[in-house]
Design a protein around this ligand. Structure first.
Ligand code: SAM
Ligand code: SF4
Length: 317
């Protein structure tokens, strides 16, 4: 469906839970979050109805996310149901990867076509620090499990944090020389836990090109990522600049939270509830949400944090 600013909205991120088995410092509070009442969250049936309604409006790609989608009970069945909805051409998932050794094969069989795995450091101690409770070996085992299950074009999401992992940029980029993966460097956003970060930690993606000057532009984009690669490399590097660069003009997505709110824009407090509705009512609410999608986000930097009003685990990145 075309919105009021001539953008074709074809992509919906569907958060299936706010809960997570990690506590990344830029995302969630240390103590986790209070579990909301079961009746306030979308049921699997409601999520499927919402995707059916969205598909009728022209949504073609779904990204299942969270919180951590793999802690959601029945996640494989839900992905399978979504992948069979007429009109849905692609189902992807963003995950921290730690539970992929258990789920990768089943997800592939259920119709999930591609995975984004979040990994901000290749150092065990730093991984423990940034996730507050995770083990690097579990995330690496997840990456391995994805490969073994036959997932192709896997992407690694690496949030850039000055003074934390900018020294690892060359090492991450090197992963793409011999493996057909995309390492995506993402600018830290002042949203959720990211709001408490020091100004100096918000480094721009330009740092990547300064630290790895051999990277050559591929002259094209993949969604919001501008693509680069080493000459003759098997993989590529993507730069995602949500802070230093505004990509609102080409934004083709909406988000559905685990408690049933449509967020037409990540950085706006505007939310339209689908909870408790029948499918045709959902379709109408989704239509209104798409037409209400703002033209652009407001200012976003360390001094002007996101107006989203929720942490990232409660929205779905
Ligand atoms: N738990 C899954 C994971 O970590 O991949 C999916 C949900 S997580 C909220 C989705 C993505 O949002 C992750 O890649 C994470 O790094 C990113 N994210 C969370 N908070 C962020 C922030 N403040 N700035 C930039 N990216 C953030
Ligand atoms: Fe959990 Fe993902 Fe947020 Fe980390 S970024 S706390 S893994 S939801």
């Amino acid at each position: 469906m075309i919105d009021n600013y001539n953008r074709n909205i074809t992509y919906m991120r569907v958060s299936v839970t706010e809960l997570c088995n990690l506590r990344c410092r830029y995302c969630m509070p240390e103590e986790g979050i209070a579990k909301k009442a079961h009746e306030d969250m979308m049921t699997a049936e409601e999520t499927i109805m919402a995707v059916k309604a969205a598909a009728r409006l022209g949504i073609r790609k779904i990204r299942v996310t969270g919180g951590e989608p793999l802690v959601k009970r029945g996640i494989v069945k839900l992905c399978g149901a979504i992948s069979h909805i007429p009109g849905i051409e692609e189902v992807c998932m963003t995950t921290n990867g730690t539970l992929l050794p258990r789920f990768a094969k089943e997800l592939k069989a259920a119709g999930v076509s591609r995975l984004n795995i979040s990994l901000d450091t290749l150092d065990e101690e730093k991984y423990r620090h940034i996730t507050r409770m995770g083990e690097l070996k579990d995330a690496l085992a997840g990456l391995e499990a994805a490969e073994q299950a036959g997932f192709c074009e896997t992407k690694i999401n690496c949030v850039l944090m000055g003074g934390f992992n900018d020294d690892e940029i060359p090492r991450f980029a090197e992963l793409t020389r011999n493996r057909p993966i995309e390492v995506r460097f993402i600018e830290l956003m002042p949203i959720g836990g990211g709001i408490g970060f020091d100004k100096a930690q918000f480094v721009s993606c330009e740092t990547v090109l300064e630290k790895v000057p051999e990277l050559e532009s591929l002259g094209r984009e993949d969604g919001v990522a501008r693509l680069y690669a080493f000459p003759e490399a098997a993989g590529r590097v993507g730069l995602i600049r949500p802070v230093s660069c505004e990509f609102c003009e080409g934004c083709n997505k909406i988000r559905l939270t685990a408690d049933g709110k449509i967020k037409p824009c990540l950085h706006s407090a505007q939310e339209i509830s689908l909870k408790g509705m029948q499918e045709d009512e959902m379709e109408e609410a989704l239509r209104r949400a798409i037409l209400d999608k703002p033209e652009k986000r407001e200012a976003l930097d360390a001094e002007s944090p996101s107006k989203a009003g929720r942490d990232m685990n409660q929205i779905g990145g």
